[in-house]
Design a protein around this ligand. Structure first.
Ligand SMILES: CC(C)(COP(=O)(O)OP(=O)(O)OC[C@H]1O[C@@H](n2cnc3c(N)ncnc32)[C@H](O)[C@@H]1OP(=O)(O)O)[C@@H](O)C(=O)NCCC(=O)NCCS
Length: 241
């Protein structure tokens, strides 16, 4: 285990949320409901001292490298962009920071599931027996992560999506809202599956695939964000690496 790693669903220190866009605001809601103190948001697009849903903005992303904050707070990176979420989370670890997770109290997580660090699991998500959720993964509400499913590091499962027993998502894979990945299909790393798709066979790395049955539309370049279909709360800069 990484010596800097600390999976901490309910940390004994206040939590700094990196990103004050919709993911960040939803994470704040989960933490507040669960009784976890929220120290504030970091977001390059907001102004220091501004309040977002009553939570103070403490500065931009660069404050995640601030020694004092690293010592006294835990962090969760709540950005929809899988690549940036992973890079910022890893940078915080490398600086010795503690990562918190946000698991909604209405999520149903099997005791045999393995949950990574720095993850978010939204309301009414079901994570069934022996499923594995990789570090920094984001599991939206009303999803089912079936038995023995493996979600790679910084994977994203959109609202209402079903990943059925035995399926696997590679690192940074993105499954759109209401899509179904039928086990034992494998979705390659950094591949994007469009909303409502039905995936029954393996998909390679870094492709965009849509429809039911799913078809590959085009390859994705390494620079292309898997989050290109969504409004951004931040720019592309990853200042901590
Ligand atoms: C697939 C997606 C990422 C768009 O990617 P894009 O590169 O902008 O794709 P385009 O709009 O250029 O569409 C490419 C082709 O795929 C089709 N397409 C796009 N999204 C589709 C979808 N979800 N289902 C079926 N077909 C789709 C387009 O009609 C187009 O078809 P054509 O080439 O025959 O004209 C987006 O449509 C999508 O599904 N995003 C998921 C959003 C989501 O679930 N968000 C949850 C966040 S909380």
């Amino acid at each position: 285990m990484d010596p800097h790693r600390s999976a901490c669903p309910t940390p004994d220190r206040p939590v700094v949320i990196v990103g004050a866009g919709h993911q960040g605001r939803n994470v704040a809601d989960i933490l507040v409901r669960g009784g976890t103190a929220v120290a504030g948001f970091l977001d390059d697009t907001r102004t220091l001292g501004e309040r977002v849903n009553g939570v103070a903005v403490l500065g931009g992303f660069d404050r995640a490298a601030d020694g004092e904050l690293l010592q006294h707070a835990a962090f969760i990176v709540a950005l929809g962009d899988n690549r940036i979420r992973r890079e910022l989370s890893r940078a915080i670890w490398q600086r010795g920071g503690v990562l918190a997770s946000a698991i909604h109290p209405a999520a149903d997580v099997s005791p045999s599931a393995r949950l990574g660090a720095g993850i978010c699991v939204q309301a009414f998500a079901r994570i069934l027996s022996n499923a594995s959720v990789g570090d920094f993964a984001l599991v939206e509400g009303l999803t089912t992560i079936g038995s023995d499913v493996v979600l790679g590091e910084a994977a994203f499962v959109g609202p209402g999506a079903q990943v059925t027993a035995g399926a696997a998502l590679g690192e940074g894979a993105y499954v759109g809202a209401n899509a179904i990945v039928v086990g034992p299909a494998r979705v390659g790393a950094h591949t994007v599956v469009g909303a409502g798709a039905v995936v029954r066979g393996d998909l390679p790395e870094r492709v965009l695939a849509v429809g039911a049955p799913c078809r590959i539309v085009r390859p994705l370049s390494a620079a292309e964000s898997p989050f290109f279909a969504q409004p951004r709360s931040t720019g592309n800069s990853v200042p901590l690496t």
